[in-house]
Ligand binder design. Structure first.
Ligand SMILES: Nc1ncnc2c1ncn2[C@@H]1O[C@H](COP(=O)(O)OP(=O)(O)O)[C@@H](O)[C@H]1O
Ligand SMILES: [Mg+2]
Length: 240
């Protein structure tokens, strides 16, 4: 469903990605982990088409996203839900407005349907009745869940999670992990999460890839990861 081929991305002299090859299949629950600054967010932005690779190609359902027209890219993006690091809510908008933002922008849903969409998805993330609150009235964990409700409101086929549990206390973090697992199992949405929280990675993922010095250092199952002899991987696992 998603394929990266020899993807390179630099910012000035900072070579962040140095020939990434990665394939994510439909229904996968993939976790990409790596140290802070290793290029995880950059990778998600490349998959979303928010950044362009310097070299290499990214395919979604066999289509090279670099070759898509603006309108085709917009169309493709409607199939993605993204939970941004820090949730990225607008403080001046109510929870309801934040959750339905994408649908308002696309203008493809009546107000009545948007209200229903917000109600249903806020209930899904355990925040029923918060429609008319403002982000400032919510805790960090609740904001992340509003961000998740917003992603769900797009009825995505693919959800990308950027550090879904970072900055949360352990109880809130586990609530988010539980929700991600529930979405994976109930809705069968393909998901790609990036995190440096290895506990969260193990809870939500079925397949794991380690980003290290611009390359995919490891790609496989939990069992393969645990039995790997790679010292770099072992060090990461024992320190995170
Ligand atoms: N828009 C940008 N302009 C310049 N440098 C960037 C930009 N986005 C990311 N970087 C750099 O790329 C590297 C990887 O960043 P990022 O993907 O955010 O790491 P992380 O793995 O923590 O998510 C960092 O050195 C960061 O400073
Ligand atoms: Mg990041």
């Amino acid at each position: 469903m998603i394929r990266l081929e020899k993807v390179y991305k630099s910012f000035g002299t900072n070579e962040v990605l140095k020939g990434i090859d990665l394939e994510i299949n439909s229904g996968d629950s993939m976790v990409i982990f790596g140290a802070s600054g290793s290029g995880k967010s950059v990778m998600l932005k490349l998959i979303m088409g928010l950044l362009k690779p310097d070299e290499g190609d990214i395919y979604i359902d066999g289509k090279n996203i670099n070759e898509l027209k603006r309108s085709e890219l917009d169309e493709l993006r409607t199939r993605f839900g993204m939970l941004f690091q820090g949730a990225a809510l607008f403080d001046s908008m109510t929870v309801y407005e934040n959750v339905t933002l994408g649908r308002s922008e696309h203008g493809d849903m009546s107000k009545q349907d948007r209200i229903e969409c917000a109600r249903r998805n806020l209930e899904m993330v355990g925040l029923a009745g918060t429609e008319y609150k403002y982000p400032a009235e919510l805790s960090g964990g609740m904001k992340k869940r509003v961000g998740l409700a917003r992603a769900l409101c797009m009825e995505p086929e693919i959800i990308l999670y950027d550090e879904p549990t970072t900055g949360l206390d352990p109880v809130s973090a586990d609530k988010i992990n539980d929700l991600i697992i529930e979405l994976r199992d109930k809705l069968n949405i393909t998901s790609v999460a990036v995190t440096h929280d290895i506990y969260s990675a193990f809870r939500i993922g079925r397949r794991f890839a380690m980003l290290y010095e611009g390359n995919i250092r490891f790609d496989g199952t939990k069992e393969e990861m645990e039995s790997s002899d790679d010292q770099v991987l072992k060090d990461f696992l024992s320190h995170h």
